[in-house]
Design a protein. Structure first.
Length: 255
């Protein structure tokens, strides 16, 4: 088994999915409002809009979605799990410029945890969750989504980025120029631990350009535009590369 990598980010903010406590309101319960805006570089990311890949070629992103799991609050070294799994269809909230500027909104239920030190969550699902099948769940559970399970891998797809690239640079997206980057199996699981300040309104940015280029290393899209069918050694290496980049592509702009 490929070990899960752990990423720790320390910001003076509240971050991601979860119930992050908030102020002296005399009430032990509070909810958290999360907003995620996708960008490509400095610009809002709009599905199907033309983009410039880090190698200079034209491409577009048509869908982005994925799972987050084991969302918890950390206080005095102890973690209280708040939500076991959530599925986000981020692309649906970025279909035009107005939507992209507003981003994806999500509220998590109330929690009695206050004065916590950090928020923790996974990009992807746990090994235990991944050893189940969509049929094991009722329709209200996000793990019931058959479209997010790939039997050939015996795994859920933890995160998807799909689109097209003009590989031959003729100005058109033709058959065979599809981009299907499906990150799955335990190789794709990443954990983040984030210092927080107790604010219950969180605004995050996911910069997709950073998923494809990190520290000068560009993902070779032409060599493997599709990660889906088989789990070759090359596919696993690319899943690891993209999952590492994805974990570092989230930033908080307001908390």
């Amino acid at each position: 088994m490929i070990p899960m990598k752990r990423f720790s980010f320390y910001f003076a903010f509240v971050c991601l999915i979860g119930l992050v406590g908030c102020g002296d309101d005399g009430d032990n319960n509070t909810d958290v409002d999360l907003n995620i805006k996708m960008q490509y570089g400095d610009d809002p990311l709009v599905m199907y809009d033309a983009l410039t890949y880090p190698d200079g070629r034209t491409f577009r992103i048509t869908d982005v979605k994925g799972y987050f799991s084991e969302i918890g609050l950390v206080k005095d070294g102890a973690t209280t799990e708040i939500k076991d799994v959530v599925f986000f269809s981020l692309g649906d909230a970025h279909s035009d410029l107005d939507e992209a500027q507003n981003g994806f909104d999500f509220s998590l239920p109330e929690t009695g945890v206050k004065d916590f030190d950090a928020l923790t969550f996974n990009i992807g699902i746990t090994d235990e969750q991944n050893n189940t099948l969509p049929a094991d769940y009722n329709s209200s559970n996000d793990l019931s989504k058959a479209s997010e399970y790939w039997p050939n891998w015996e795994s859920y797809i933890y995160f998807k980025i799909e689109g097209n690239m003009d590989f031959d640079e003729d100005g058109d997206y033709e058959n065979g120029e599809n981009v299907v980057l499906h990150l799955g199996t335990e190789s794709a699981l990443r954990n983040l631990v984030i210092d927080v300040d107790g604010n219950n309104s969180i605004e995050m940015v996911l910069d997709l350009e950073k998923v494809f280029s990190n520290n000068g290393e560009i993902y070779d899209m032409e060599a493997m535009p599709t990660i889906h069918a088989s789990l070759s050694d090359a596919a696993l290496r690319n899943i690891n590369q993209l999952s590492d980049n994805l974990a570092q592509a989230f930033t908080v702009t307001k908390s």
